[in-house]
Write a protein that binds this ligand. Structure first.
Ligand SMILES: Nc1ncnc2c1ncn2[C@@H]1O[C@H](COP(=O)(O)OP(=O)(O)OP(=O)(O)O)[C@@H](O)[C@H]1O
Ligand SMILES: [Mg+2]
Length: 244
């Protein structure tokens, strides 16, 4: 059985059919890439999977258990965490506090929260920055903080939405390494949306390509980059600043 099974998912915003009959199987332990031009429906798909918006139709099962219709915090409780296309640190909180919020719960002791958050910050490469106000971090470090905050919820499945956006090549390389490490050493299953194609293709084991809300191709990176539909949809429409 797949870890996540998405069946015939559909979402309209008025006259715009943003997600159209999308079916995707995510296997435990894979890094699955979601590829598509601007406006293809990728973030909307994440919003549907994580309970931020409700679909018009379809089914989503996590380990066989239905997810749709649940509030975002319930989805998190089942082991699905996400990061956002635009970084959203809790402004006014320190880096450490941002991560502590992620694992907060009625039965967790504050000192345990702190110790766990410190461990996660070290894991994502933010050791020594725990007392910094989160909004003063560099953009690359804010991306790392977002990942640490997601990890604090102890996910099985992590959804990353354009983690490399706005980063320089050295930062992209080290963040790629972190994602690889989370996958290999922590056994996380990862969904990755990213426009930086070279790094994206190096990270993912499989790709689902989407255009106008519909799945147009599924395959390993070597197949996807040669697929004429993907080339037409993606390369043909890509905005210059997003080009790999
Ligand atoms: N809440 C909303 N209300 C109305 N339209 C929306 C809403 N959210 C998304 N859309 C529209 O749905 C379409 C898909 O948007 P989405 O953000 O999912 O694209 P995307 O594939 O993530 O694009 P990008 O690569 O630019 O992030 C777009 O046309 C967008 O304007
Ligand atoms: Mg998006």
């Amino acid at each position: 059985m797949s870890l996540l099974s998405v069946k015939n998912l559909d979402k309209r915003f008025g006259g715009l059919h943003a997600v159209k009959d999308v079916s995707i199987e995510v296997e435990a332990g894979e890094i699955l890439g979601i590829l598509g031009p601007n406006g293809a429906g990728k973030t909307t798909l994440y919003n549907l999977l994580t309970g931020f918006i409700r679909p018009d139709n379809g089914q989503v099962l996590l380990d066989g258990q239905p997810l749709l219709g649940m509030a975002p915090h319930k989805v998190v409780g089942l082991g699905v965490a996400r990061t956002f296309q635009l970084c959203r640190p809790f402004v006014g909180l320190t880096v450490l506090e941002n991560v502590m919020v992620g694992s907060y719960g009625p039965r967790v002791h504050t000192s345990d929260l702190r110790a766990r958050a410190m461990q996660l910050l070290a894991q994502v490469g933010l050791a020594g920055k725990e007392d910094s106000p989160s909004e003063l971090l560099s953009y690359g470090d804010q991306r790392r903080l977002e990942i640490a905050r997601a990890l604090a919820t102890e996910p099985r499945l992590l959804l990353l939405d354009e983690p490399f956006a706005g980063l320089g090549s050295a930062e992209i390389e080290s963040l790629s390494e972190l994602i690889r490490d989370l996958h290999r050493n922590k056994g996380l299953t990862i969904l990755l949306i990213e426009h930086k194609l070279r790094e994206f293709m190096q990270l993912v084991s499989r790709v689902v390509a989407i255009d106008f809300g519909q799945v147009i191709a599924t395959g390993v990176p070597q197949e996807i980059v040669k697929n004429p539909k993907v080339i037409e949809a993606y390369i043909g429409k890509q905005e210059p600043e997003h080009a790999a």
